[in-house]
Design a protein around this ligand. Structure first.
Ligand code: FES
Length: 135
């Protein structure tokens, strides 16, 4: 079972995850969730550190573009994420190990799909090779 770190925004994605649970949808237990107020609160260094500390994958989920409760937060997230993928490539870390998704509070089913699909993708990539590195 992969070890995935999830950062979910409080207003949309975390509520969507809650809805998935309330509706008893099947969500992979591979994900350990941290709730943040907005996806824009996720400094890319947190994602990088999660990978360096051995997470197999990192999922960041927030409100759909235009729906961020802090107006432009998820636009910043989207831009930072594009940069983060380039940084990961330059560090020889597979950028496919990180995922950005938009999940609203009403999308419990989408949340389940995002987590299950990402889990399967990470399973196919295999364990994070950095797990063998001791810091
Ligand atoms: S409040 Fe959800 S992404 Fe900003």
């Amino acid at each position: 079972m992969p070890n995935i770190v999830g950062f979910l925004c409080n207003w949309c994605s975390y509520t969507g995850a809650d809805l998935a649970g309330s509706n008893k949808l099947e969500v992979s237990p591979s994900i350990s969730v941290t709730r943040v107020m907005c996806s824009s609160r996720i400094n890319p260094s947190l994602v990088l550190n999660a990978l360096l500390w051995g997470a197999d994958g990192v999922l960041v989920a927030g409100c759909h573009p235009g729906d961020c409760h802090y107006k432009e937060g998820n636009y910043y997230t989207r831009r930072r994420f594009a940069q983060l993928k380039k940084v990961l490539e330059s560090l020889n870390i597979d950028p496919e190990r990180v995922e950005l998704a938009w999940v609203s509070a009403a999308e419990g089913r989408r949340y389940a799909e995002v987590v299950n699909t990402f889990t399967e993708k990470i399973r196919q990539l295999g364990p994070n090779p950095l797990q063998k590195t001791q810091f």
